[in-house]
Design a protein around this ligand. Structure first.
Ligand code: HEM
Length: 462
């Protein structure tokens, strides 16, 4: 049966179980595991990690713990979060791009940044950014329509679109001039410098690893580029009485509610870089997997299209009524959480679930594992958006695509609005199918990326 025929077939089927990598042997050697981690962290986990509550390992002289129980996760991310920082490898990989921005900051500096930035990400502030999101999505749809029935690379299209949304919501200007350079920076960093190697994981932060020198050179070029974007945006100006147009206005006007301090220029540069980078690739990844799953599951795709048709009314989409679309986004991020791992290093001794933790031990909370854990979910590997349509939401320590606790993603609402609206508009405009039927495998490197970009067919809906 062709893909087109499948769209018209009544639903009587088993739920889709989409591709996931084979599980690693549980008894891998330390060196085998390091190699597996370099290729894909997701592929380095064995079957026990999907069944057990806590998995304890050794990494040279340190202990590592994978936590799979809600209580243990609450302890680390909520109750005693101040005892846990990012790992040395995390700092090494993120700092060259994000500087001292919110994602990296710790202690008092983090508290100051978080409370200063929080008002820029409230649902009300995000609603002022929605027109930018819609304009960029509709331009993407127009470009896809103009391509006729030619095969399309929807991964690339989603990356360009979310970058465009990040640029416009941040600066109000399109990314046609700077988008290519920004993409080149992100690709260059992802390919060469974002994969931690053995020394990155082993050396304390005070000792530069060999790759840190290349990272420092990269950082110099990158900060100059961010400066250029900010200068252009400043040159575009803003009338003092005008309402904020974008995140740059919101962040520039932000003051620490306790001290009244504004951001320095250098801090603002790091926050701008953080928001653009933390926001666009993660959301592009979520949208890619959603489109991939919907192409594999035409009946669910049709159900979503029906919801969009019923919600569109005067052409505008009411996000509150897009319940099924939102459930598809939630279920996509359960199966393919863009942030597959939240890693922490203990700053001091502690006890987790009765186990002694020493300074420098590594704690891993992996949305990838939790979201497929056999004790936490029924039919964990199946794509079933209906599980997010019930009155009881899943436990917030079992489903955490945006993390949880004090350091929960500040852009979660922004990302959910963006992904839900974009998915609704794209599936409202096109039927999406796959040309290439080979399974696409998720690879855990910074985000949960597909191992290749499959070609899709799209055909405009009447
Ligand atoms: C689907 C899209 C997204 C996913 C899956 C995601 C995921 C996450 C996760 C898991 C964390 C917590 C990390 C930790 O505890 O170590 C986080 C933090 C963060 N995210 Fe997101 N994110 C997304 C979109 C965004 C967007 C759109 C923005 C900004 C516009 C953003 C900005 C941030 C920042 C600044 C932090 C650090 C917060 C802090 O430490 O206080 N993210 N994100």
């Amino acid at each position: 049966m062709s893909i087109a025929e499948a769209y018209d077939t009544p639903v009587a089927r088993q739920p889709l179980v989409p591709p996931s990598p084979p599980r690693a042997p549980d008894n891998m050697t330390a060196f085998g595991r390091i190699k597996a981690i370099r290729d894909s962290v997701i592929g380095s986990w064995g079957q026990r990690a999907y069944q057990d509550d806590i998995i304890r390992g050794r990494f040279f002289r340190r202990s590592s713990f994978i936590l799979n129980t809600p209580d243990a996760i609450r302890h680390v991310l909520v109750d005693n979060y101040e005892n846990y920082t990012r790992t040395p490898a995390g700092f090494r990989v993120l700092r060259p791009m994000l500087g001292e921005g919110l994602l990296i900051a710790e202690g008092r500096a983090w508290k100051h940044q978080r409370r200063t930035l929080a008002p820029a990400f409230t649902p009300r502030a995000v609603s002022t950014l929605v027109p930018h999101m819609i304009a960029a999505t509709d331009e993407t749809i127009a470009k896809l329509k103009a391509a006729g029935n030619a095969p399309v690379d929807l991964r690339e299209a989603m990356q360009r679109m979310t970058l465009e949304i990040a640029g416009r919501t941040m600066f109000s200007f399109g990314m046609n001039r700077h988008g290519a350079a920004l993409r080149d920076f992100v690709m260059e960093y992802g390919e060469r410098l974002a994969r931690p190697n053995f020394l990155d994981m082993l050396l304390p932060l005070s000792w530069p690893s060999p790759r840190d020198f290349a990272r420092a050179r990269f950082r110099k070029r990158w900060t100059q580029f961010v400066r250029l974007l900010i200068d252009e945006r400043r040159a575009a100006g803003k009338n003092d009485d005008a309402p904020p147009r974008d995140l740059f206005d919101l962040m520039g006007a932000a003051r620490d509610p306790e001290t009244g301090e504004a951001f320095t220029d250098e801090q603002l540069g790091d926050e701008v870089a953080t928001m653009i980078l933390a926001g666009h690739e993660t959301t592009a990844t979520a949208l890619f997997w959603a489109l991939y799953l919907l192409a594999l599951d035409p009946a669910t795709q049709e159900q979503l299209a029906v919801e969009v048709r019923g919600t569109a009314g005067d052409g505008a989409l009411d996000i509150e009524r897009l319940k099924f679309t939102r459930a598809v986004v939630d279920e996509t991020m359960r199966l393919y959480p863009p942030a597959f791992l939240i890693a922490r290093a203990a700053a001091g001794p502690d006890v987790i679930a009765g186990m002694a933790v020493r300074k420098h031990d590594v704690i891993m909370i992996a949305p990838w594992l939790l979201h497929r854990h056999e004790k936490l979910w029924r039919d964990p590997n199946a794509f079933l958006p209906s599980r997010f349509m019930t009155a009881t939401p899943p436990d917030r320590f079992a489903y955490l695509p945006f993390g949880v606790g004090a350091r929960v993603c500040i852009g979660a609402h922004f990302a959910l609005v963006e992904a839900t609206l974009a998915l609704a508009r794209i599936i409202g405009a096109f039927r999406v199918g796959l040309i290439d039927q080979e399974p696409v495998m998720p690879v855990g490197v910074v985000t949960t990326q597909p191992d290749r970009s499959p070609l899709f067919t799209i055909s405009a809906r009447a």
